[in-house]
Design a protein around this ligand. Structure first.
Ligand SMILES: [Zn+2]
Ligand SMILES: [Zn+2]
Ligand SMILES: [Zn+2]
Length: 251
């Protein structure tokens, strides 16, 4: 099982359009520091599962036939905007596993094109060949699922967008002995509850769940600035996510 972070940014991304702060200037000059819409690719052998579809060049990234399925965490634009182009493809159908959200986003349900939306139920494990996938409810302004992926002896959880975790999701993850946890960490410490974890909340969840490794994602502008000044304050098993970072299991 191999996870590649395609994007690690919040909805505004990094650099922020029009922002002339030192960090945005630095990121404009160093493309490796950019943060694009939060999403990931899970690969098992030749199967490729996209987790969230906020990248707007999906058709270029994934030629027809190269995507096995898509998992959506929720229907906010920064997680689905790439589907508005992809849906008009021809000659194939792509399963899209998603939370049960009757509103979806804009007219995606009305005109799904090649996308076969398949709402899942919380804690109901789905088997895709030898990959077990458990949808985990998160705490956000729309119905949102994190996903627990299990393959062979390895397990990883992808948890965004969320502000804390519901007790039953926390229990499920704590019992699991995760190899990797990718988690929403949008805001600087002390930001309080604004629909996403601030760093304090993300680190408290890391401590409660104790995975092998925790990777921060959905990182907002101000936290990115903060992290550049305080990177040494993170516990050793916590790493700051970067676009393009790859994690393989078994390692
Ligand atoms: Zn800036
Ligand atoms: Zn969201
Ligand atoms: Zn988001």
């Amino acid at each position: 099982m191999r996870l590649t972070l395609l994007g690690t940014g919040s909805a505004s991304g990094m650099p922020v359009y029009g922002c002339e702060c030192d960090d945005c200037r630095l990121v404009r000059a160093e493309p490796r520091l950019r943060r694009s819409p939060c999403s990931a690719l899970l690969e098992i052998g030749d199967r490729r599962y996209l987790i969230d579809a906020g990248q707007t060049n999906l058709a270029e990234l994934f030629p027809a036939g190269s995507l096995t399925a898509i998992f959506l965490t929720h229907f906010h634009p920064d997680h689905v905007q790439g589907l508005f182009h992809l849906r008009w493809g021809r000659g194939l159908t792509i399963p899209v596993y998603c939370p049960p959200d009757s509103n979806g986003c804009a007219d995606l349900y009305k005109h799904p094109g090649i996308l076969a939306f398949d709402p899942q139920r919380k804690f109901q494990k789905l088997w895709l060949e030898d990959l077990g996938v458990t949808p985990l409810p998160l705490i956000h302004s729309k119905p949102t699922f994190g996903y627990l992926f299990e393959h062979a002896e390895s397990s990883l959880a992808y948890l965004t967008d969320t502000d804390g975790l519901p007790p039953d999701t926390l229990d499920c993850l704590r019992d699991h002995g995760l190899d990797l946890m990718v988690i929403d960490s949008s805001y600087v410490p002390g930001s309080g509850h604004r629909g996403h974890n601030d760093l304090d909340t993300a680190l408290a969840l890391d401590e409660a769940i104790a995975p092998g490794k925790t990777v921060l994602t959905h990182i907002g502008h101000d936290l990115d600035v903060w992290l550049r000044a305080h990177a040494d304050r993170l516990p050793s098993r916590v790493v700051v996510g970067r676009d393009g970072a790859v994690f393989s299991f078994p390692e």
